[in-house]
Design a binder for this molecule. Sequence first.
Ligand code: KIV
Ligand code: ZN
Length: 511
Amino acid sequence: MTRQIKIFDTTLRDGEQSPGCSMNKTEKVEIAHQLEKLGVDIIEAGFAISSKGDFESIEAIASEIKTSTVCSLCRAVKPDIIAAAESIKKAQLQRIHTFIATSPIHMEYKLKMSPDQVLEAAVGAVTMAKGFVEDIEFSCEDAGRSDKDFLVKVFTEVIKAGATTLNVPDTVGYQTPEEFGALIKYLADNVIGIENVDISVHCHDDLGLATANALSGVLNGANQIECTINGIGERAGNTSLEEVVMALKTREDHYKCQTRINTKEIMKTSRLVSHITGSYVQANKAIVGANAFAHEAGIHQDGILKQKRTYEIMDAEMIGLSENKLVLGKHSGRHAFSEKLKELGYELVGDDLNKAFARFKSIADKKKEVLEEDLHAIVSDETHKLEETYTFKQMTVISDSKTPPKATVTLEKEGKELSDSCEGAGSVDAIYTTIKSILGEDIKLVDYSIHSVTRGTDALGDVTVRIRDNDRIYTGRGSSTDVLQASAKAYVMAINKMLTGRKYKRIKPTS
Ligand code: KIV
Ligand code: ZN
């Protein structure tokens, strides 16, 4: 018999905890819509008490998402639970997720609480949360290093208090697949009442075992997997959604499980999260990496041509990938452009369509071929409605081999144009120095990288920059056939995010 596995996506909460991956409300809402389209059962939208920005993002997601449950995280304390309940009030399907650590090291050093006090707080939190909503998830943080019988005791008591999902996190990614599977089995065999609730697994990837551990949990009775798109998350990240989903699908003969995920939306979701967070997917990443379906060796290519299954265990189309075809040229009209976008899964209308079409035209003028990858980049760039304090208007850079490069940049703020010119050690340095001078503020650049979206010297260059503002990192991304323009746009985007971010203070979700 095939079991149904719930997919709980925590890209917007645990994923956002990766350095440099913080997202604003607009970005989170956009990702939440895509997660709903992907078919995730539960969207963990954030940690309501952590900041005003997080609270408002969860609220916005709760009012817009209809078919996925919207979940809000809280520690096992009263103000957190109230904030979580308040943040999801408008959701059609609501869940509160409350947690407290149960491992000896966390209880003694972090919480400074005895096991009895932790048990009391856990039961109290679930009882209180149950007063707000029916669907309650409870997590024993650091379950992977907790005493098994203490876990049995806590989980048994929280079920009595009304928990409907028991989550077992391997918070520090310490478990092996055999140990983690055995732990899930032990809980399934010993927790009283567990047959009436869902068992969830939440694994971190510190030893590269997050996917294996989650799947081992499933084989031993878990029916919910917590995961993130592209595996982003604290430190080495979380179980990646695309990996567990495709493992369950491709090896249904072994796992005998199904999910509700529309796998054709995987690639699009991966691209969106990568674009918004600025965190690139490594080329050899399973399922969504650029090389995941590429065959380089002659023997492999020959085999593939003779019979696809010689070297391919899945079809690229299953995750929504199609060949990187030449799609449109400079004579293509607005209708053809919008039809092609529909084929790629983008329903653009009004201003978004106008902006994307104008951008396509200007790229088609410069670039011989406009490929699907280019269209994904254009849509990502042109449809992100971020709060913009500064708008990039124009720029000139003079660079020769004898004198230092000099940039002149014009930005717009509240309808007023602001321009300046500065020299720099290189062209990008000159541009960034000029922008800093316009702002009248030093900006700490912590990372700058450039990728080519497709091949050829006329390819779109995709620039990602990260800047630091106190303890927060903001990411900006921009693409253009001119890498200097892409660099300027990415920098201005990161600065705008920083200025929005300064309105919100944040605390980290640990007890
Ligand atoms: O890793 C962890 O323990 C968590 C909990 C809050 C579920 O993210
Ligand atoms: Zn986690």
